[in-house]
Design a protein around this ligand. Structure first.
Ligand code: HEC
Length: 147
């Protein structure tokens, strides 16, 4: 009996990933996308705190401009808010209630990142200003649409 219960648990653990559906995939993809944004912001903030290096600044600014020029609407599939999937995501239902507002925040990020791409390689002062604007656009969306 006990052995059977353990075997059942083991089996369900193996089967779990296979049962993950398109919604779970969309959430993982979306979180991976935002992690990439964070992964390119961090080295830029390090450059601002420490020694400026134009090539490194440009590399991460280019990556951010590329990432934010893609259409991310597919990552926000209906039924994937934190009300639909508690514990799995921080995406607020407000996103789906106000898609236009959400898209506007993303557009603001895209413009700020495009500007960062132009400014990042020029020097620490230019990087600081453009980086600040990108950071503000991240925060503005998080305040409105992320739990
Ligand atoms: C248009 C809105 C929007 C913008 C702009 C935005 N984010 Fe987010 N971000 C979100 C939402 C919504 C989530 C929650 C995703 C989830 O949990 O499914 C999130 C989650 C994250 C996460 C956590 C990912 C994880 O591991 O679960 C990080 C890190 C992050 N964002 C970084 C950034 C950075 C850095 C920027 C700016 C360069 C940014 N975001 C801009 C909406 C936005």
């Amino acid at each position: 009996m006990h052995k059977l219960a353990l075997a059942t648990i083991a089996l369900s653990l193996i089967a779990a990933p296979a049962l993950a559906g398109p919604k779970e995939d969309a959430v993982s993809e979306r979180q991976a996308y935002f992690k990439k944004l964070g992964g390119n912001m961090k080295p830029l903030s390090d450059l601002l705190k420490g020694d400026y290096d134009a090539a490194t600044a440009q590399k991460h600014a280019d990556a951010l401009a590329d990432l934010t020029s893609t259409d991310i609407s597919g990552l926000f599939m209906a039924g994937t808010s934190n009300a639909d999937m508690p514990g799995a995501t921080k995406a607020l239902p407000a996103i789906w209630e106000d898609m236009d507002g959400f898209a506007a925040k993303y557009k603001a990020l895209s413009s700020a990142a495009a500007n960062l791409k132009v400014e990042a390689g020029k020097g620490k002062t230019e990087l600081a200003a453009a980086f600040g604007a990108v950071g503000a656009s991240c925060k503005s969306c998080h305040d409105a649409f992320r739990d």
